[in-house]
Design a protein around this ligand. Structure first.
Ligand code: GTP
Ligand code: MG
Length: 213
């Protein structure tokens, strides 16, 4: 059995300009900048933080790319081994929201088995204005409709603001908790299936022992 601190890879995904790199920066060193970081739009960034979940240290590694995941040469390493995707949109931009189903398909096709967390960023821009001035914003009923349609696909739904920091740190910790508990429950299930002293099933076709992985 592998030893060491459990580690979970989470990739950022979503339309250009929704705040993926800003989320990454909040994760990395809890900062915010209004300047679009050139570096993050041309390459891959990754940062790791440790959380204590159920009295155990757990590592979360967040990966960011400025839309380069759409290019196949970076795509495979970006998606490879991802335990989860943080699918981002801007609550102030309906287009970034209506395109989410395409991104979900993309994740399902490229990062098989990855959990999907939904993150509506830029809540500061919407919370500050009245209902009648919402304009291009994503409404609560838009979100409710979408999340009920995708209930089975989404492992968590968050609303954050990178500008004022609302919801970010809780979101990261919640993802770490979800991924770790999910992994632990899978291990328990596996242990329950292979009872000590039991004989692994034989392949009926050739009488050989079946490989488990
Ligand atoms: N008001 C406000 N602005 C934000 C927030 N998050 C990000 N921004 C701004 O939105 C712009 C785009 O943010 P980025 O983090 O570069 O977005 P991105 O998704 O990484 O963009 P690409 O890498 O080009 O896909 C920047 O000018 C940020 O300062 C937020 O929560 N509130
Ligand atoms: Mg970026």
């Amino acid at each position: 059995m592998a030893t060491g601190v459990p580690s979970y890879k989470v990739i950022l995904h979503g339309e250009y300009g929704v705040g993926k790199s800003s989320i990454f920066r909040r994760f990395m060193n809890n900062t915010f900048t209004t300047a679009t970081g050139k570096k993050s739009t041309i390459g891959l960034d990754q940062s790791t933080r440790t959380y204590t979940i159920d009295s155990q240290d757990v590592k979360l590694t967040l990966w960011d790319t400025g839309g380069m995941e759409r290019m196949s040469f970076i795509g495979s390493s970006y998606y490879r081994g991802a335990h989860a995707a943080l699918l981002c949109y801007s609550v102030n931009n309906r287009d970034s929201f209506t395109i989410l189903s395409q991104y979900i398909l993309d994740i399902v096709m490229n990062a098989e088995g990855a959990k999907i967390f939904l993150c509506g960023n830029m809540s500061d821009q919407v919370d500050a204005v009245s209902e009648s001035d919402l304009g291009n914003a994503v409404t609560d009923s838009d979100l409710e409709q979408f999340t009920s349609q995708c209930e089975d696909v989404l492992s968590g739904v968050y609303r954050v603001s990178c500008k004022d920091g609302t919801g970010l740190q809780d979101m990261f910790e919640d993802m770490a908790r979800f991924l770790h508990r999910n992994s632990m429950s899978k291990m328990t299930l596996r242990r329950d299936l292979v009872q000590p002293g039991s004989t692994p099933e034989r392949d009926e076709a050739n009488g050989e022992k079946r490989r488990c992985c």
